[in-house]
Design a protein around this ligand. Sequence first.
Ligand SMILES: Cc1ncc(C[n+]2csc(CCOP(=O)(O)OP(=O)(O)O)c2C)c(N)n1
Ligand SMILES: [Mg+2]
Length: 573
Amino acid sequence: MSGEKPGTWLKLIAGSFLSKESKQENTMKSSDLMVKALENEGVEYIFGIPGEENLDFLDSRRGSSIQLVLTRHEQAAGFMAATYGRLTGKPGVCLSTLGPGATNFVTAAAYAQVGGMPMVVLAGQKPIRKSKQGRVQIVDVVGLMRPITKYSEQVVDGNNIPSMVRDAFRVAIEERPGAVYIELPEDIAAEETEAELFDVVGHGRPDANQKAIEQAVAMIEAAQNPLLLIGAGANRKATGQALQEFVEKTGIYFFDTQLGKGVIDEQHERFLGTAALSSHDFLHCAIDRADLIINGGHDGMEMSPLFMEKEGRKVIHVNFFAAHVDDVYFPQLNVVGDISRSVQGITEKISISKDRDFAWFARVKNEVDSHLTRYFEDDRFPLLPQRLVSILRSQLAREDIVTLDNGVYKIWFARNYKCHEANTLLLDNALATMGAGLPSAMAAKLLNPDKKVVAVNGDGGFMMNSQELETAGRLKLDLVVIILNDGAYGMIKWKQEGMGFENFGLDYNNPDFVSYAESFGATGHRAESAADFQNILIESFAAGGVHVIDLPVDYSLNHSILNVLIKESSCDL
Ligand SMILES: Cc1ncc(C[n+]2csc(CCOP(=O)(O)OP(=O)(O)O)c2C)c(N)n1
Ligand SMILES: [Mg+2]
């Protein structure tokens, strides 16, 4: 320094001071940047349970607009996030610690991935630069999540957060939507970063090419007995109007899958029914007669509504992506692009054949309707699932929401519960996991405070996430939770009987559901008759708060109707 002029020395000191200042202005903790990146994506809620590895992130969130919804099990948080994604089209976000917290997200990630629901799973991890406690609690969660997500990565440098978050959200939303996993290690969360966020740049969905649309039109015009099938993809985006215009211009009858329910009002005169089984249901009398199925939005992740055969009826696959081919699904034409615009294109070009006679489908519709409504007024108690459906439908408005867990009642709801609007019966016919009924109802209510929301569960499935009654109470949700009490894993009993096995190994004891509910601060009810059940429903909706209804259910007709009667019925109409 001795040879330098004093002025230079001062400038040097000032320069280093200034650059330090401006550096400090531009840096922030990586966990702060993670929260800002989530805000940038429009995240409203994070569902989950933090652990010590998330404490920087938790602290960063304190000043944020994002609401943390604390649950009592990570799986429930995951189901809530997935349902948020299902209902909004924007990824739901869930958070856990490393190891055991993150492994608890496995079923929920699979649920979102298989069900086509956008979801972002965030988890912590031990420091990666320096070992803190050896290998304790460390599991390769990135590897574990890889096969059940669309993207699974660890943040190894805070500067990568903006691009990683942006890309993960893009991937989660893009058709087919699903789960993504981001892991933020403790030491990376705490380090400073200068990185800046990227703008969220969306993109429209591509249109199908004209040639495919013209081929579809030609195939539909040439078919004698075409039918329209509506599946899960049609419920993910607003496709109802385009599909309804197609039905109304062509007069073609339609049916839906469990995940396609409500895209067109199921009270429509051309609605044949919901395919809750893959074959041998009354509805299959129509499907078997069809020489062409126009498939709007069904894909192989959902249980198949029909099995294709080599020389059998043809299928036009109208979806955001081409068909995955397997032994029972190999469509002759793919119309790939935005479903709604593909259908609009077909409707515009199609001319209606005057000599087509749909009288057969009209007769099948009458048959299906009369079979389905057969026990709607049957007041025997314990209650038949058919009667449960009719009572519930009568107490709910078109826009109200029912969520289902997984059990044999799902088949009765799929076949018998008429949906008037999209996404008003939230069931899972993709992963078909137990335990999602209550958490998905909670997410649905959070998003739809003005609609009635009812969760229908088996006694088995309810107990898999019943601890969330506390969360529902804490969130002050108005919710009706119905438990179908048969003291058994009824769905498996039904299958056991159908396969000719003896009744064995599927019965259990239940807690007293009324006092169980009350111990959580909810209101517990036990229905004693069909009329009593209806009154409890009415009172519960009026009172608000969380209501749990223990409803004894009579499954004695499951076998005789679903395994025997419908298989023996002939299609002689
Ligand atoms: C997490 C999970 N475990 C097991 C199964 C297999 N399974 C499907 S339905 C069912 C029984 C459901 O029992 P319950 O919830 O009581 O409904 P019920 O059929 O008796 O009305 C089982 C064990 C599953 N789908 N998901
Ligand atoms: Mg049961």
